[in-house]
Design a protein around this ligand. Structure first.
Ligand code: FAD
Ligand code: FO1
Length: 444
């Protein structure tokens, strides 16, 4: 099986003897998963068994096991267990910190090689260095999330979508290839596995609730391509039409591959460059930012011009200042903002166009840019199903900290950061219709 070696890098080199463990975290799927395909390829070459391990941590970046995002993730993992079992691949749901769990699993199973998927986020990098420090077997990392592997797309932090687009285009033809189907490993896993699942599925969920899992993700992609793709360029910024793909929760949890989305969209023909630019350039630029900038979630990571202009306006009078709680409970004077906040709280996904307005108003109504960025990230991570993601840190940074953007005309509080107003939103779409829809949803 051919897997482009550019997708893989060794955290630790060495010769492998023994079963293979794929430690899955970000790419929670069976189909179109280069990390799984690579693990299967090694298992075949070594004539060994393969187990996929997911470490379920009781808390993940502020999320707790009671949160909606955990339930969404667990529903997807249950489906994944079944699909893997159909392929003769063991799935181990391990409970605890990966720094402890993975090394002991390697010892117990006498595994010969460890494969992990890639994430640029701090937590994933810390986990990997802990595991690398406590094990001796070869340890490989596969970028199964980006179409062009993050370390190949660019070797430095890019300052704009424009510079990144030029770089990524050079590599797209090489990496935009079809996926082979996963085939069973040559041997079964020796130890029997009895996973402990403790999150019940929500049977009575309302129709607008987002369903989890690979099958739901594939159905959503199909629906988007047949119903909304042609309207995307003209109507994607209208929250009352909602023609966006709705794929971000699935992409965040890796229940669908961005490369699969791009391949299927390209296969229908026509010009879908607006959608592909968001899916490929904007999404992979977010990974580039978090990978090359360790301050991706604070004002220290924002461009110099933006920090300077925000500093110049630090003392400006704010017409409104809201506490974190007031914002969280959607108790502001702005009915559009409140509706957007409610959409996020109820449904776990705010429309993309409103996310910019939402974050910019948090800047306008906070004591300082630092407070604003912290609040926006905290709410985004707590309530968006696609939160805790490079796209979220980059989106909040773009709105509040001028990231990947340019200076605009100077005004109070914002300085030269791009501004968005209620009036501007009313000119773009039927604000009343959107607000009414959200309040109806809240009543259900
Ligand atoms: P579509 O418009 O259908 O786009 C398809 C895919 O392209 C998305 O799923 C996403 O992966 C990617 N994409 C689209 N827009 C962007 C963008 N601006 N930046 C990076 N990738 C993009 N996205 C998240 O996935 N998680 C977040 O936590 C998140 N938080 C955000 C916070 C703010 C303040 C802002 C301004 C943007 C945020 N975004 C986030 C980016 C974007 O708003 C969402 O990806 C998009 O709304 C998701 O809906 P969709 O899948 O229907 O998007
Ligand atoms: N990854 C894990 O490996 N273990 C977890 O327990 C875990 C929980 C979790 C909860 C919410 C959430 O949004 C993500 C979570 N992830 C977990 C990670 C996730 O799949 C991604 O790897 C990161 O968010 C990076 O994008």
């Amino acid at each position: 099986m051919h897997i482009n070696p550019g997708r893989i890098r060794a955290i630790r080199d060495g010769e492998a003897h023994g079963p293979v463990i794929y430690w899955m975290s970000r790419d929670q799927r069976v189909s179109d998963n280069w990390a799984l395909l690579y693990s299967l390829d090694i298992a075949r070459r070594l004539n060994e068994a393969l187990a996929v391990v997911f470490c379920l941590t009781p808390r993940f970046m502020g999320a707790t096991a009671e949160d909606r995002s955990y339930r969404f993730m667990l529903d997807g993992l249950k489906e994944l267990e079944k699909r893997l079992s159909g392929l003769g691949i063991a799935f181990i749901l391990a409970h605890g910190d990966p720094g402890d769990v993975i090394p002991s699993l390697i010892d117990d199973s006498r595994a010969g090689i460890l494969v992990a998927d890639f994430s640029p986020l701090r937590i994933s990098r810390t986990w990997k260095s802990m595991v690398a420090g406590r094990t001796e077997i070869p340890f490989h990392e596969v970028d199964a999330h980006n179409i062009v592997p993050c370390w190949i797309a660019s070797q430095k932090q890019e300052w704009s979508a424009h510079t990144f687009r030029l770089k990524i285009r050079k590599h797209l033809a090489e990496f935009m290839e079809e996926f082979p189907d996963p085939r069973p490993p040559p041997r079964p896993w020796r130890e029997s596995v009895d996973n402990r699942w403790n999150a019940p599925a929500d049977q009575d969920a309302p129709s607008w609730m987002i369903r989890s899992g690979e099958q739901a993700a594939a159905a959503q992609l199909e629906r988007f391509i047949s119903e909304d793709l042609d309207l995307y360029a003209s109507h994607r910024n209208d929250p009352t039409r909602d023609v966006q793909s709705g794929l971000s929760p699935y992409l965040h949890f890796g229940q669908i591959s961005a490369q699969r989305v791009a391949l299927n969209v390209m296969a229908v023909g026509g010009d879908h460059s607006e959608f592909l630019d968001e899916l490929i350039v904007r999404r992979e630029l977010a990974d580039n930012f978090c990978y090359y900038n360790e301050h991706y979630d604070s004002m220290d990571g924002m461009p110099e011009w933006a920090r300077t202009t925000l500093d110049d306006h630090r003392g400006d009078r704010r017409d409104y200042i809201y506490s974190h709680e007031e914002l969280e409970c959607a108790k502001t004077h702005d009915d559009l903002w409140n509706a957007a906040q409610l959409e996020m709280r109820i449904r776990g996904k705010m429309h993309g166009y409103l996310r910019m307005y939402w974050a910019k108003k948090i800047l306008e109504w906070s004591e300082s840019p630092e407070d604003a960025l912290r609040t926006a990230i905290r709410l985004n991570d707590r309530y968006e199903l696609d939160g805790r993601d490079p796209n979220g840190y980059t989106g909040c940074g773009w709105s509040i900290g001028g990231l990947h953007d340019r200076p605009f005309g100077e005004r109070p509080v914002f300085g030269k950061i791009r501004y968005m107003s209620y009036g501007g939103m009313r000119r773009k779409f039927d604000v009343r219709k959107y607000i009414d829809r959200i309040f109806q949803m809240a009543d259900q």
